[in-house]
Design a protein around this ligand. Sequence first.
Ligand code: ADE
Ligand code: ZN
Length: 331
Amino acid sequence: MRDFLKRLPKAELHLHIEGTLEPELMMALADRNGVNLPYASEDEVRAAYDFEDLQSFLDLYFQGMSVLRTERDFHDLAMDYFQRAHAEGVVHVEMHVDPQAHLARGVSLQAVMEGLGQARRRAERELDMSSAMIMAFLRDKPADEAMQLLESAAPYWETLDAVGLDSAELGHPPSGFAEVFQRARDLGLSRVAHAGEEGPPAYIREALDMLDVCRVDHGVRCLEDPALVERLREQGTVLTVCPLSNLRLKVVDRLDDHPLPQMLEAGLTLTLNSDDPAYFGGGMLENFEACHRAFGWSRDTFRDLARNAIDAAFMSDARRGELVGRLEACT
Ligand code: ADE
Ligand code: ZN
C-alpha cells in the first residue's frame, strides 16, 4: 500500500509554507542570520512539539519562522519542501503564506514573495511540480491590516491564486473579513478560509455566506450541524482535511476517532492534506498512510480523494488533464 500511496499523484491544497520549516533548516537559518532560538539542537526543537491546542502550536510556529529574514531564506524554505514533497509523490502544491507575520518582524513583502516565486519556478522546471499561492490573512489581527496587506501586494496580484484566512480561530469569526474578501473577489482572486477546525459550524456558514469561499480548510466540525452538511454536500464544497494536524492539535484524541469516515459517508467532497508537515509528524504520504492504518481504506478511496484534490486545484486545464491521466493510470 505504501508503494501505491507514494506513486499516487497527489495535489496538496492545504499547506502553510512556514509550517514546512524542518528543525534542521530552522537551526541552519538561525545560524546564518544570527537569530537566537531557545533550543540547543534539532532534537530539542522536536521535543518542544507537544501541543495542547491550536494556540500552543501557533506560538511555536511564529517563533520558528523568526529565522526567515531574506529572499534567499524563503527560496530555501520552499525548495527544501518541494524536494521532500516530490519524493513523496506530490505533483502540485498550493501554499498558504502569512505575510503579516513577516512584515511585523521587519521583513519586506518583496523578500517573501520574490523568494517563494523563485522556488516555485525552479520546482516547475526541475521537478515538474506545479504550484499555487494563497495569501493568508491572520484572523487575530485587525481586518484593516489585512486590507492594507492586500493593497500593498499589488505588484504580486498576478502571482496569487487566492486569499485565505488562518491563525487563531476561536473568537475570530470570518464575518470580520467580509470587506477584504470582497475586494479580493473584485480583483479576480479565489477565496478559501480555515473554518470549523476549533471553531463552531457557524464559522463555516459565515465563510460560505460572507466570504464566498470555494473551499473550506479543515471544516471537520461541520458534522455538528446536519443542515450544513447537507448544504456542503449539495454544493460540492471541498473540505481540505488534515488528519495528522487534527491529531497533533488534539481536535481528536486518536486518529481512529477522526470524523473522516463519517464525512465520506455523508457524501462530502474531501481532500487529504498535511497543513504544517514539519510540526505535525509528516507530509502527504504520512497522512495518507496514517489514514490507511486508521480506516483501512481501499485504493479506490485514496484514488477518489486524490482526484478531488486535482479537480479542485488552482491549475490550468492542460495541467489538470495531464494529472488526471496520470492518476487514472495509477493502479
Ligand atoms: N496556521 C498554520 N497552521 C494553521 C492551522 N492549522 N490553523 C490555523 N492557522 C494555521
Ligand atoms: Zn491550515
